[in-house]
Design a protein around this ligand. Sequence first.
Ligand code: MN
Ligand code: MN
Length: 462
Amino acid sequence: MSNAKELREKLMMKDRKGAATYSPEILKEADDFAAGYKTFLDHSRTEREAVAYIKKLAEENGFVPFEQDKQYNPGDRVYIINREKAIGLAVIGKNGTSDGVRLAIAHIDSPRIDLKPNPLYQDGGLALLKSHYYGGIKKYQWTTIPLALHGRVVKLDGTTVDIRLGENDDEECFIITDLLPHLDKEMATKTMSKAFTGEDLNILIGSYPLDDSDEKDLIALNVMKLLNDRYGITEDDFLSAELNFCPAYKTRDIGFDRSMIGGYGHDDKCCAYPSAIAAFDTKLPECTCITYLTDKEETGSDGNTGMQSDFLRYFIYDLAKADGNEGYRVLSKSKCLSADVNAAFDPTYASAYEAKNCSYVNEGVVISKYTGHGGKYDTSDASAEFMGEIRAMLKKNDVKWQVGELGKVDVGGGGTIAKYVANMNVDVVDLGVAVLNMHAPMEVISKPDLYMAYKAFYGLFN
Ligand code: MN
Ligand code: MN
């Protein structure tokens, strides 16, 4: 071997080789893992649905509802639910909370189209609903695709109706219309943000009138009658409802080699699922392990179901109290993987990325030392010490990983929940899966990357 070659081997980073570094066995395990994930994704369009699905899996895996002021023993498995929109899974460790807890936190809300409180109207012989988009979307991507309706209506008498309509092929679905190319000469000259505004995201829901009378808005009335017949709701009930329109796409394999997965809501359910499975597979850890799946990340983590609420902190305080520990001391010794996705390099839009420091499909789980924007504003920047610890943990557990910044410096940026975790005096770093066309109605990830995320969370817990 030449001197340069020898030194290069010894001193320099290895070239990227993508999935070529995986054995056939690992690729098979990744494919098997992806099968469970795809089913989860198809049943978890909204945070409520994700909580219900994970709760069911948790119960099948021996988790029981957490009870305050109860003594727990090593190996005990509990779950706690916040307003049906966030869920915590804990496996009590041999040392309980004495050396802090190990946390994996992902979010289960995804960008979508919410209804306004007073949405129903009729215009031009059509019935439509006014919407207010949720999270960061490129609005044009959400037009002319099949949409399904998900959500809950609370009626005046306090009873609730859960709606899930448009996912099955034999059910009706909904759509946001767009202008035909022949008529959009003016629109084509506008910038993308002006060509399609938030107030243009109106959802088409009907066109038949109730009857041939002279009453006004008979098409909207007919829709309301259909809703009343099916769900027993009136127009007033929209005022106390959370109704969300999501892409009605089934999760599918992508590519001739079926190496990737296309689906709605990978951000951040492709981290939520593996972190939950890692908790299920953890039997008797040293420290108590917690997977927490939170809501409202896409809108800034505000609100009582978001990561800025004290819900998780109180849960950890309760676990600490049961061990006779002070909650704040437990937090101070705790370590967390903030499990969120990163933007995978896309050769079609190469100029948005800095090739040496962005993440790539099939290069393993992505660690983002910091996110934020500009001069590292609005982020938690993980310390060299904690990065070192996590590097060693990933190496020990044979987890393939890469680093990832979110685009070029000053080009873009974004945030995760890591900074809110760091504010609790917890060591934290972002770790997750690389995603192509993030926040689009159909996002893409690779199967081995998803599996490496699972192995990373399992490694942290064990
Ligand atoms: Mn995310
Ligand atoms: Mn996001």
